[in-house]
Design a protein around this ligand. Structure first.
Ligand code: 0X9
Ligand code: ZN
Length: 337
């Protein structure tokens, strides 16, 4: 049975998702987007009320990219539950009427289950792959937050299969990453806010992460981000800081929020009906990345006292405060469109 007093196993989380779709068929859908390396399903929950439209704005939330960061799936499932309970129990459908919500609480299911035997496992479970032709051994796993198809294999990544930050043999080599890239790309014009949840550090990270450069709309992202962490702090007094990823943390290429944001400037030469030539400058996504304006990475509780092994009695407070932050972001993003 699903609850937020304890950390839950994958089977419980997946069962809970399927149960919601059965109980609230007009509001909740579960997409099976593929299978992990070890054959576990990659499930995405969709929550939607109000009128159904193909072009309805949407919000993406994911958790559990890194296996050991247990507070992430716990917090993301808490938020999903809160959205559904507000809509059913309190008839508050504001957030689900305005947006379709796509939620994948456990992006790396193989890694998550493997932490039952190796609590601090971080990566996926693909491989094993040889180091120096097997001379230096064999290792399993790719860092799924270095594997996205944007600035892949750049700064803060490793080509050593035994490294914790191994970027994989090629971009999106991991089925867990590929499935979600494809799922998000199919809906990239709908998705207005992309949030990925990690732990720990209590920081809100803005793109770019691949290098110490700010996006050209850094101030927009910062304004929405600062308001969100202020709202978060108001719930239990938990302090977060916000900033450009590479500036306040470290450079790490191939991360999911960079991929979600990914765009480039392109210059078009257009010859019009009157044979006049005009130049147009347009912001377009990189081939293969999504071009979503508001993309962030949360590093949840705590600041290092318990780190990845955060006590379960912090799940509910973390869920409450993070839900407040997500709500604040959703409302601000709504005003933008
Ligand atoms: O290193 C990471 O992937 C994240 N930190 S963690 O301790 N959860 O592993 C930070 C990711 C920041 N995002 C990018 N650099 N793109
Ligand atoms: Zn992480």
């Amino acid at each position: 049975e699903m609850n937020w007093e304890a950390y839950q196993r994958l089977e419980t989380i997946h069962g809970w998702m399927d149960g919601l779709a059965e109980k609230y068929p007009s509001m909740v859908t579960v997409f099976d987007t593929g299978n992990s390396t070890e054959g576990r399903p990659l499930k995405v929950l969709k929550i939607s009320t109000g009128e159904a439209r193909a072009d309805k704005p949407a919000i993406w939330l994911d958790g559990g990219i890194h296996a050991r960061e247990w507070i992430s799936p716990a917090t993301v499932t808490y938020i999903a539950n809160e959205l559904i309970m507000q809509a059913t129990r309190y008839r508050n459908q504001r957030l689900t009427d305005a947006f379709d919500w796509y939620i994948n609480p456990v992006m790396n299911p193989d890694g998550y289950e493997y932490t039952q035997v190796d609590r601090l496992w971080r990566k996926t479970r693909s491989g094993p792959r040889p180091v120096l032709g097997g001379f230096l051994g064999w290792c399993r796993g790719v860092d799924p937050n270095r594997n996205w198809d944007f600035q892949w294999a750049g700064k803060g990544t490793s080509r050593n299969p035994c490294s914790q930050i191994y970027h994989g043999p090629n971009a999106a080599s991991e089925p867990e990453v590929k499935a979600i890239q494809d799922f998000v790309l199919e809906r990239k014009d709908q998705i207005k806010l992309f949030l990925t949840f990690h732990s720990y550090s209590q920081i809100l990270l803005l793109p770019w992460g691949y290098d110490e450069v700010r996006t050209d709309d850094h101030d927009d992202l910062m304004r929405v981000g600062l308001k969100a962490i202020k709202t978060l702090e108001n719930v239990h007094g938990t302090k977060y800081t916000a900033g450009n990823t590479a500036e306040i943390l470290y450079a790490a290429a191939g991360g999911s929020h960079d991929w979600a944001k990914g765009y480039h400037l392109s210059i078009f030469c257009i010859i019009n009906f009157y044979h006049r030539i005009s130049l147009k400058i347009r912001i377009r996504p990189f081939i293969g990345s999504a071009g979503i304006k508001f993309a962030y990475c949360y590093e949840l509780r705590d600041t290092g006292k318990r780190g990845f092994v955060l006590p379960a009695d912090q799940i509910i407070p973390s869920g409450q405060e993070t839900f407040a932050a997500v709500q604040s972001m959703a409302e601000d993003v709504m005003d933008f469109y």
